[in-house]
Design a protein around this ligand. Structure first.
Ligand SMILES: C[S@@+](CC[C@H](N)C(=O)[O-])C[C@H]1O[C@@H](n2cnc3c(N)ncnc32)[C@H](O)[C@@H]1O
Length: 231
């Protein structure tokens, strides 16, 4: 699968999180964001880029989903949120509700993220690049911090190990300081079997790699991010 371009819309849930959720998922501080060049890889219908751009030097999201107009995307995004909320209602006991409290509140977060995303996507199209890992249309060391939320490791049933390795190498190429990936659990709710071998492959390239606890838990036990400091 590595090297292929993706036709992903049908295969991935096109929902997005708010800036507040990203801050928790990646344990981000103001210093991580202020004056920095940021990349949200697989940004989806998330609000991170729109809000982070207020603090950052630059903020860009890359996702093969981008390209259609905001009006064209809106219906599909609404449907994805309602589908996700319906699934959560059926399976609420499989998740940890400390952050959201209940399914309705989680639904409000999803709708708020999609609304903020669509408004920013319409007014700042330059921030949203229609492309994807493992080949990013970005120069070496062109961002300070690259984030990947709810894409790598989660979908290890359809993205193979070589895709994960190639993608993380690519992210380490474009990021000067750090790549952070959350969560490390796959859809079967245990830590993805790719985490350790992919971390070892990156270490063999000379990158520093560690798992770090974050103050966010939705899938039980999925409270770690992977942090890569490129050489
Ligand atoms: C579940 S969503 C996560 C969105 C956002 N990161 C979040 O956490 O809310 C997964 C996103 O990954 C995108 N995606 C799928 N394949 C991709 C690729 N090869 N490169 C970049 N993004 C990809 C999908 O289009 C989708 O928007």
């Amino acid at each position: 699968m590595a090297g292929e371009k993706f036709e992903v819309e049908a295969d991935f849930l096109t929902i997005g999180r708010t800036f507040a959720e990203y801050r928790r998922m990646f344990d981000l501080t103001a210093e991580d964001l202020a004056g920095r060049a940021l990349l949200d890889c697989g940004g989806g219908a998330g609000a991170f880029t729109a809000t982070a751009a207020e603090l950052a030097d630059s903020a860009v999201a890359v996702d093969p989903l981008y390209g259609p107009t905001a009006e064209e995307l809106e219906g599909d995004l609404d449907a994805a949120v309602e589908y996700n909320v319906g699934q959560l209602r059926e399976k609420a006991d499989l998740f940890v509700w400390d952050f959201y409290g209940d399914v309705d509140t989680r639904g409000r977060y999803l709708r708020a993220a999609a609304e903020r995303f669509l408004a920013d996507y319409a007014t700042h199209p330059d921030r949203y690049v229609a492309d994807g890992i493992p080949d990013l249309p970005l120069d070496d060391d062109s961002v300070d911090l690259a984030l990947v939320a709810n894409l790598l490791f989660v979908y290890d049933d359809r993205l193979d190990r070589s895709f994960h390795e190639a993608s993380l190498r690519e992210l380490a190429r474009v990021a000067r300081e750090e790549v952070r990936v959350f969560p490390l659990a796959s859809l079967d709710r245990t830590r993805s079997e790719y985490v350790d071998p992919v971390a070892d492959a990156l270490r063999a390239d000379g990158h520093a790699v560690e798992r770090r606890e974050v103050p966010y838990e939705f899938q039980p036990g999925a409270t770690e991010m992977l942090v890569v400091e490129p050489v």
